[in-house]
Design a protein around this ligand. Sequence first.
Ligand code: AMP
Ligand code: ZN
Length: 468
Amino acid sequence: MKIYNTQSKRKEEFVPLQPGKVSMYVCGPTVYNFIHIGNARPMIVFDTVRRYMEHKGYEVNFVSNFTDVDDKIIAKAIEEGVSAQEISERYIAECKKDMAGMNVKPATTHPLATQEIGGMIEMIATLIEKGYAYDVDGTVYFRTRKFDEYGKLSHKNLDDLRGGNRSLLVTGEDQKEDPLDFVLWKPKKEGEPSWPSPWSDGRPGWHIECSVMAKKYLGEEIDIHAGGEDLIFPHHENEIAQSECCNGKTFAKYWMHNAFLNIDNRKMSKSLGNFFTVREISEKYDLQVLRFFMLSAHYRSPLNFSAELMESSKNALERIRNAVSNLSYLEQAADRQEMSGTEEAQMDEVRAFGVKFDEAMDDDFNTADAIAAVFELVKYANSSVTAANSKAFIEAVRGEITGLCDILGIIAQEKEELLDEEIEKLIEERQAARKAKDFARADAIRGELLEKGITLLDTREGVKWKRA
Ligand code: AMP
Ligand code: ZN
């Protein structure tokens, strides 16, 4: 499997630090409003990377934070006359709803910056001790020029940066030793959330949050660190400086960055006001369409949002779903149960689409080509599978389509909601089958119910059921 590493600027073979395991950190959103569909791009893209890694058999420890202390959160809290915590809690809850709608799996851990202040103070203290940071009147700065490798991720030259930044000096910043130094800890202003520290009552800088949360939940060395490309500089460059100077180890092995989601060829962003929230899109479309749209382009290519592209994504997704529901229908109509020898041979052809899918994904997660492989399989199913095939064969073709879609987080077959009385009826049928010692039928009913999210519990008082 090859991954494009922003740091080396080339595709590299993926070799995990520990065999069979992947540790992955994705910078999450600052929670002061509903997320927009630009923010949704890294969520969908890196969830797909995670799912593919899991498909390959890796155990993935996936950590993604919420930045829940920030100027924008404080500004919003003041505007509404509520606490900053109320704002961040509200929008974390809303963000999680949007993630569920987009079928983005919850992270193994979603740490909150405000819950990790102790670790941040510890890391800052170590950096001061090692001479990489200094305190001026309660503000702690990172001594950027002391880290020789600064600029290695963004390929920026320190001297150019220094020259360029001097003119940007603003009042209050002249206490820094160097214009390139950045803040690790800042004293509170009136009315802001704050925590006690050896330097001042205050709050952490943004960059230190991620260094600390990655270390706590994944360790000092991680496999993959990811985020949108606007984070390469200064955020990720600064994370490297902090983590590597503190821990004395290479922070992340692979740096992955998604390109922007644009609108009229400009970055979609809150500050430009040219955004749609995920919630707005969900009023018009199934969010699966949004996911499909995002994956129809390579994650490192800019993607322009348009109504036409959303419509064509909607149609494309429908084509897959129609093929799947047609296969379900054929499966019921087919007379023959077992695969014939010819069908078994045909399965090689079917599996070849999956091999093609994996080849595309192995090449730096080329989801566009992976989707093309799914469509070839759909075309094959539409033209070659009929009710004259066996149930087993039809089911295998359907399973191949839904399985590949599932790796992309695309739901190709909606789980049908069963009504209570339908469930009861199936349970009765299962009881009758058991009485008649037709255990195969009884098991099949249990399986059918399970597929639809219904679990059966055989108790002394009879069979009970519950929805997942
Ligand atoms: P923010 O809340 O602005 O820190 O953004 C959260 C994540 O969304 C970061 O990884 C950003 O790089 C990413 N992001 C923000 N806007 C866009 C966009 N228009 N396209 C792609 N990614 C974006
Ligand atoms: Zn970060």
